[in-house]
Design a protein around this ligand. Sequence first.
Ligand SMILES: Cc1cc2nc3c(=O)[nH]c(=O)nc-3n(C[C@H](O)[C@H](O)[C@H](O)COP(=O)(O)OP(=O)(O)OC[C@H]3O[C@@H](n4cnc5c(N)ncnc54)[C@H](O)[C@@H]3O)c2cc1C
Length: 470
Amino acid sequence: MDTDVIVVGAGPTGLMLAAELALGGASALVVEALPERSGQSKALGVQPRTAEVLELRGLLEPLLTGGVQRVPGGHFAGMRLDFTAWDTAHPYMIGTPQSKVEPVLEGRVRELGVRVLRGQPLVELWQDDTGVSARLGDGAVLRGAWLAGCDGGRSTVRTLLGVDFPGLEGRQAMAVADIRLAGRVGARWRLPEMTPSPAGRAYLTPLEGGVHRILFYGPEQQDLPREAPVTEQEVGRALMLLPEPEARLESIVWASRFSDASRQVEDYRHGRVLLAGDAAHIHSPMGGQGLNLGVQDSFNLGWKLAAQVRGHAPAHLLDTYHAERHPVAARVLANTRAQSLLLVAQEEHLALREIVAGLLAVPEANAVIAGMISGLDIHYELPGPAHPLLGRRLPGASALPDRRGALLGAGSELRTLAGQWGSRGAVPQEAGQETANEAVLVRPDGYVAWAGHREQDLAEALHHWFGPPA
Ligand SMILES: Cc1cc2nc3c(=O)[nH]c(=O)nc-3n(C[C@H](O)[C@H](O)[C@H](O)COP(=O)(O)OP(=O)(O)OC[C@H]3O[C@@H](n4cnc5c(N)ncnc54)[C@H](O)[C@@H]3O)c2cc1C
């Protein structure tokens, strides 16, 4: 074997997975088609739950340096959301581009000694009972015990597996361009506005270093093929749709086309191959959730796959990745479909939009949707005695052990019990104050696996998540 896990794709999902695997004690090798990072930023924002996840691994601070915008709250189809209804240290969107997130993750991957092979596309794969073989562009064949397809929306891994990608065709073709402008520019971050306009719509957002992002759609974009380059003339026409049309195009930094198509694979696992991030699900970028979803897929998968590799994983553990993460992405697909309808509003949708806006003015309703968009409301269906925290994130946790769970607030008897798993390095050893009546077992991905005080229940939870004691 060349490695325990071949990770295909060095986007945010693949890099996060490689880091988590290494922390969990598995070896990983990342293969990436591009010879160097593109520097492009599809995503511009990190949501509150991703901020918490990054903080758990000490990766948030580097992202918060350098004049990053903290956009208060988020939005649902351009209608403001207030994240402060949720108990989090980060009730805001971090306005940081994907081009800044990826180097932070890659830095961690390299620190952990994981190799990233650039300019090496995966072109062929085959698997048997013991592992997966991957042929790269130069003909070399790598062998790993497992392979993770983190190679984006047009995933080669998914295609080579012959896996369907069912969902909805895009109904609205859009274009995005990061541009330099001459002339007076009145751009500031603001919510997308939505009045139907036959000529189309454009939004301008300031980025770092004098660059602006323009996102636009209209009749012209519907007729152009996806591969057609976004031209200066096309961007120039889009600028005329802005409320401040005196901005003139100087140059295009990069540009691309996308749509509101939404698709999701039916199974995240195919033998020894797993799919994560955009390779497993795509949706409209409205609401800024795709990068966040991929990073959190990897946070869920990493410790489980590492435990599997190291031989500690209970038989069912790896399959909980699909069971837990598929419904999370399905919800995002649903909320982005709803947002597309409300955003790209036709005349007849405006009444619906008005009603939703009225509901979002009610704090309780706002909190529900804020929880959905921020990822703070994620609730995995986990076995064990009912408890309000079971399957949810632990609010206020800012650092947790990576490969082990954490037993917080436990009395000495519970700690002694958990210690039986600790000697094998796969389970909890941390403890809070000895006198606490109730203890909480937190998984390495920050979700509560058990909460209570009964020794028997804790023993069952430890068995369930970490296998028998050493
Ligand atoms: C206009 C736009 C705006 C967006 N805004 C946001 C936002 O604000 N917030 C948000 O959360 N998300 C946003 N997204 C979505 C976000 O960019 C994606 O969800 C995210 O990039 C997915 O990460 P990934 O690692 O799964 O895939 P990718 O970022 O696509 O990375 C896949 C990697 O795999 C590599 N690869 C492909 N094929 C192969 C192969 N055969 N062999 C080896 N490597 C291969 C690629 O080169 C690439 O580096 C936006 C998307 C768009 C289009």
